[in-house]
Design a protein around this ligand. Sequence first.
Ligand code: B12
Ligand code: SF4
Length: 453
Amino acid sequence: MKLTLIKPNIGRREHSLYVDEARMEPLQLGILAALTPEDVEVVMYDDRMEQIPYDEPTDLVAITVETFTARRAYEISEEFRRRGVKTVMGGMHAMLIPEEVSEHCDCVIVGDAEPVWAEMIEDHRKGQLKKRYDPVQPCCPQINVITRRDIFEGKGYLPITLLQFSRGCSHKCSFCASSVYFKANHYCRPVEDVIKEIKSQKRKLLFFVDDNIVCNRKKAKELFRALIPLKIHWVSQGSIDMLADSELMELMVKSGCLGLVIGFESISPECISEMNKGTNKKGSGDMYKSEIQQLRKWGLQTWAAFTVGHDGDTLESIKATCDFAIRNKFTFAAFNILMPYPNTPLYEKMEREGRLLYDGKWWLHEDYRFNYASIVPKNMTPDELTEISFNCRSRFNSPSSIFKRALEPRTNMRTPYRFATYLIYNPLFRKEVFKKQGMRFGLKSENEEKNDA
Ligand code: B12
Ligand code: SF4
């Protein structure tokens, strides 16, 4: 039996294919490959930079689907199904809205693949593939499973190894798709498995793609202690409340942490309350002043993630958020428009209030473009929101801002290695800002789809 794994792209720029230059290994496909019985041949194609060989013989195609890649994933599935090949889908979007996904494939797995993957392969071999598998959730991730990284070789991914220590997060921010996927659960792998996985590969630079690596501080400390002897460098994602625990922070730094993606989301306490971001709730005073001082003290390079378009936001407050990010010399920052991902509390609120654009299903709509607003914000028009968020991204990543932010001695200029990382990745992300803005979802237009049908 032969299995083909696929990572779909988002789509294309108006007249050309979009190639993701900051592409990283698709970890979920490495895990699916590792879960697959040894006698099954496995190949992987990444639509972000290579053509999918639809006519190459295969027995089953597995596609990972996120909301922003759903349209493209459905196109790919359709091509294989037209050739008589069965397709199976899973991933974030499949969990959020399985009924829609199942219309576009032969089988949908609703949740983590680990508990049902082997059963699904056996069913397929016997010609008894079910339409839907519902793994018991939450399951413990990757028990005794080491990601298969041979399938990533030669694909030109960034030289950083992706892996996970934990999945999920116990918080319930209203916009967060992960929180819905994991039903606000957080679960960790055994530390020995993680250490074994690190030793199974050669790189010294790792990205723990955990939703919130410090969610369970006791377990995180156990991991950090075990990482110290390995002398690696690593980055991850963590909530800002970690700073309250200095033992945790000390271990984190000693274990080789270079920095974290931290959800600052907003500099307005009202917006923080509105989005139910318990980790960032503060009393009055200067939002984040002491936290930023501490991050510098620990020497961590911060990727500050902001969401814009909250009911408390105005054009001025969003501009001030960008000024704040530049003034505080964050290493990187994201200014993501508040997106109503299906089944999130944010989606439900926007639906109730009649504020969803593009018939609610923006991810499938012919006219929707990447990084466009898909809700009606309170204090500006959707177009203004689209424009100001693009403006924040281009201003934060402008040459003058890159120069100004570089001059932070405790973080960006701490060591030649840190400085080099800063200088390599900032221009790369700047390029991405312009390439991704306004990108069409999927490769086909509605007319092409009708013709195919
Ligand atoms: C790492 C990461 C990134 C990395 C990219 C990594 C890469 N390989 O390229 C970076 C930082 C670049 C990134 C960027 C973005 N990301 Co991101 N990212 C993540 C993160 C944190 C981890 C993903 C991951 O590797 N998980 C580990 C794997 C093992 O877990 P998994 O994918 O869930 O897979 C399991 C199951 O879902 C299932 N499964 C998965 N696929 C399949 C397929 C089949 C066939 C089956 C049966 C099962 C199955 O089995 C797997 C094993 O149990 C997730 C959060 C999350 N929890 O998923 C967000 C997340 C996926 N990202 C998100 C977003 C929005 C983005 C951006 C659009 C942000 C932006 N505005 O620019 C961009 C778009 C990137 C692009 N393509 O251009 C959202 C997506 C929301 C949604 N509803 O789709 C998430 C969920 C974050 C969130 N909390 O909302 N991201
Ligand atoms: S803290 Fe982060 S991962 Fe956790 S629910 Fe909020 S946004 Fe999601």
